[in-house]
Structures are given as C-alpha cells and as structure tokens.
Design a protein around this ligand. Structure first.
Ligand code: PLP
Length: 406
C-alpha cells in the first residue's frame, strides 16, 4: 500500500517536472549545487567561469551590454548572487568583499539623527562599527538585552529607524525571539536587519518572520572552507534591493570575481556540511555538559539553555557553535587550548576544520572590558567552532587537553 502510494507520487512529480517551465524550484540541496551554475553558453563549462576583467566593451558610446565595469557588476558575482538569493528565499542578493563590508554598507541606509537598536552581545566587529563609526556620522545606536522584547520596545524613540538583530549571539549563543521582535518593529514601522551568519541560511529562515534584510559573513558557513573572506546582503523587496545595489556600487564594497567563484564553489556542499556541524556540535556539547572541569556550557540544544524552547521553535538545527566556561578561568583556558592538537587556535568559524578561541582575549577585544562584562563574556570562556571531523577524535583531543590542565 505504502509502496504503491510512493510510486504514484513519483509519477505525478515526474510528470510535473516535465511540464514545469525553467527555472524550476528544486529541493534545497539541489538548488545549492545548481543555482547560478552552468552560465557559460560559449563552452558550456560545468562550473561557473571566473571573469577576471575590470571592464567590458560597449557596443557603441552610451550603449553598454549587461555589464560595463566590475565594481558595478560581474558575471561571476551575479552567479553567486543568484545562488545566495535562493539560499535565504530572497529575491535578490548582493555579494560583498567581507561580512563587515556588507554591514558597513547597510549603515549607509541611515542618516545623521537616526537611532538604531541592537543587542548588547552582537559580533565584536559590528559592535566596534556601531560604537565608533556610526556616531561619527551622527547615527546613534542603543545596545540592549534583546532577549527581552519588552526591553527592545522600551528603547524605541521618536527617531528610531531600525532594529539590528543577531541570533544566536556570539559567543554565548543567546537566542532572540524573531517573531516577537519583528512584531514590535512592524507596530512601530521600523526596518529589521539580521546578521544570520551564526546559523547560516539553512538553519534559520528570518524572512519567514518578516525580517527585511539578511546579512551574512560568507566567510563562515556559506563558503565553509576558511579560504576566503566575503559577505552578502539578501533582500526580498525591490526598493530595498535597489538601494542596497546603489550603495554597494557607490561605496565600492562588492566582492571580486575570484572570491565570488570560491564562495560559489563552497556553497554547493553547504547542506551536507551543516548536517555534520550540527551533529558534531551536539556530541561535543553533551560531552562538555557535566564535565568536572567545565563550569558552564552555552549551547541552545541543551535543555538547561534558557531559550531552549524558543530555539527548538525558531531554528531548524542547533548550529555548529558551542562555548563553555572552563573551571580555573583564563589561565586554565590558555593551558587547555594550547594542549589541543586537532583544534586550531584561531578566530573565525564555520569552516570544515574545528577552531577554538578565547573571546575575552581574542575575538572580543574590540569591545571594552565593561561591554564584555555586560555581555557576560568571562575571561575563561572558550568558543568552539565544531568542524566536520569525526566527533570521537574531537572529544579525545579535548579529553587529552583537559588532562593537561591539571
Ligand atoms: C565574522 C562575522 C562577521 C564579519 O565578517 P567578516 O567576513 O569577517 O568581515 C559579522 N558577523 C558575524 C556574526 C560574524 O561571525
């Protein structure tokens, strides 16, 4: 009976596929591999060619082809942008040279006198941009505990223009309620931006909650191989996209065709990589939770995480990041990370290889000591970006290192 049903469904699907006009929408994994690929009509290469040119010939004065200058547009970058737009279910994407360039580009949507609300535990680079450069241009930013929607609503002023969200946060993996924040934003007619880097486009779907603009550091899970820096801005509103495209061109923040090629290559394996990241991080979190040398584990998949229920509702997976406080603080932490063999002591995240770092003295030093304290980042906090290696090897590596801490 069940087999018959499957066979029938298959026939219908096959018939539909035959009739469907191109481009058809396929399953996520299929789209990741094929979207923006096979654009070479001349030689029909199976991968997307790199167009390493700064400029393109005009047919005649004033009559440009589809591309005129690589800062404004390049076929390799367009291919990546087509792929990135589908990853998030947006209508357009703009690929930038770094995650920070994507974020700094977006800050130009605000003008002197505008007020922005964000979390007090956002990415260190964004925190630096918002505390130093935004005020130089007359844009005021309030940093609040975004886990409490009431606090966010209370922070709204007459000149508030936007809410900048990041969830899960870095490095403590606090979760912001996207539905609640989007509702508040709508009520007060504020634009919403989200930095979706920490989960990647597969595990969190901000457009489903009505978020306006999604930004990524493609350096992380989207590229996934720690061999390029890049960023992306994804939208689903024509007017907003046109403004973003104008800004990227005017500011010159677009990515090079070489980098676009690398990110497009990386993204094809993202669904498979994400599955491995999620499984491995769960195994590591379980190992660390209750370990006698660990004071606290931060991981949304743990029942003890304060927003565990929200995470289950809002996220399609718990992600590949785990952080913990080691007993003995900074000194013990330094000994531990120094004794690891498989984990690389490095900032960044989302690559196939496991990375480990100490936010208090590494990734988050651009935040003042007071800001780090307010965000709850302790000197003995250790952040792990769990790679796609065999989890048993990762656990053995940690066990060896814990033994050396004494
Ligand atoms: C890394 C990161 C960025 C910055 O991206 P770069 O590519 O390093 O410029 C922004 N936001 C988050 C959450 C990040 O992890």
């Amino acid at each position: 009976m069940a087999a018959k049903k499957t066979a029938k469904t298959k026939t219908t699907a096959a018939a539909k596929a035959k009739k469907a006009p191109t481009p058809a929408h396929h399953a996520y994994e299929t789209e990741c591999v094929h979207r923006g690929v096979k654009v070479d009509t001349l030689y029909k290469s199976a991968t997307t060619p790199i167009y390493p040119t700064s400029t393109f010939a005009f047919a005649e004065p004033g009559k440009a082809g589809p591309y005129d200058y690589t800062r404004s547009g390049n076929p390799t970058r367009s291919a990546l942008e087509a792929n990135l737009a589908q990853l998030e279910g947006g209508t357009s994407a703009r690929a930038t040279c770094t995650g920070m360039s994507a974020i700094s580009t977006l800050t130009y949507m605000w003008k002197a006198g505008d007020h922005i609300i964000t979390g007090n535990d956002i990415y260190g680079g964004t925190h630096r941009l918002f505390t130093t450069l935004c005020p130089r241009h007359g844009v005021e930013v309030s940093f609040v505990n975004m886990r409490d929607p009431k606090v966010v609503e209370k922070a709204i002023k007459k000149n508030t223009k936007a809410i900048w969200i990041e969830t899960p946060s870095n490095p403590l993996l606090n979760i912001v309620d996207l539905e609640a924040i989007a509702k508040i934003a709508k009520k007060h007619k504020l634009m919403t931006f989200i930095d979706n880097t920490f989960l990647g486009p597969m595990l969190q779907k901000p457009f489903d909650y009505g978020i306006d603009v999604i930004v990524h550091s493609t350096t992380k899970y989207i590229n996934g191989h720690s061999d390029v820096v890049g960023g992306a801005i994804i939208t689903r509103d024509k007017k907003i996209d046109q403004e973003v495209a104008f800004l990227v061109n005017a500011l010159g923040t677009a990515c090079s065709p070489w980098d676009a090629f690398l990110v497009l290559r990386g993204v094809k394996t993202m669904p498979m990589r994400m599955k491995a990241h999620v499984e491995n991080a769960a195994a590591i979190a379980e190992y660390l939770d209750g370990h006698k040398k660990v004071a606290h584990v931060y991981y949304p998949g743990l029942k003890t995480h304060p927003e565990h229920e929200l995470a289950k509702r809002q996220m399609l997976g718990m992600g590949g990041m785990v952080s913990f406080d080691i007993k003995g603080g900074l000194k013990a932490g330094e000994k531990f990370v120094g004794a690891l063999e498989i984990f690389t002591l490095a900032e960044s995240l989302g690559g196939v290889e496991s990375l480990i770092e100490m936010p208090y003295t590494m990734s988050h030093t651009s935040m003042s000591v007071a800001a780090r304290r307010e965000a709850g980042i302790k000197p003995g906090n250790i952040r792990c970006s769990i790679g796609i290696e065999n989890p048993d090897d990762l656990i053995r590596d940690m066990e060896r290192a814990f033994a050396k801490v004494g």
